[in-house]
Ligand binder design. Sequence first.
Ligand code: IPD
Length: 268
Amino acid sequence: MSVPEPVELLALAREVAREAGDLARRLHGEGVEVARTKSSPVDVVTEADQEVEALIRERLHAARPDDALVGEEGEDDPGSSGLRWIVDPIDGTVNFLYGLPHWAVSIAVADQAEVLAGVVHSPGLDAEYAAARGAGAWGNDVRLHCGEPTDLRTALVATGFGYDARLRAHQGEAVARMLPQVRDARRLGSCALDICAVAAQAADAYVEEGAHIWDHAAASLVAREAGARFELWPTDRGNDLIVCAPPTLWPAFAVLVEECGFAGPALA
Ligand code: IPD
């Protein structure tokens, strides 16, 4: 089977993300139940996470039966086509649990080398970010271009915290060191939407350690196609550190991230 164009893959991703978003919203209206916890007592999976991921798997499998799939809540499906779907049914699960609107369905598809298409669909914010490799990025169908900030002192930096209490302690210290040097920090609760915010000029930069591929795959393409730089740096704690900023801010922001100690030291 020949590999479809990124825009064709994006069309499928958007269709499935919208259906998944509608289901998540409906399930939210019926009441949110925690199904289980994962890495720590605060790392929850709701029944909606599971049901929405099952729907996404079913739809993608029906349309592209030979593709691999990795999802936050289920087993990896190995596939044979060379394409892999990367799915977070609800990024921002804690917001979803508490009735805060900042959550999104995130669906990306990648070949062996890179992400080809991605969508971050947020029913609560009435926002949809989408990108196809080489074709651009859009926010609610308007072409996205990241900003051109240059001054760290007026930069609004989005960040996030992991579910491991020891990691959170380090992350909090790094953010405390950063705060006097930037305009302010935001912890909105969805890695995917935070990265898209850089693409949409709703944040100037983003840094977070320990998020997973399903949290950032789709949004990373949105950011890159909007002109931002997106990198994963290995940390002393064996995680990836996401660093994302427009090229104009990158040199100063990259130095700040290092100086504030976002990537170390190792956990005791
Ligand atoms: C989490 C969110 C959060 C980030 C965490 C992620 P989840 O994903 O993206 O903003 O700080 O690192 O794990 O659990 O809601 O899918």
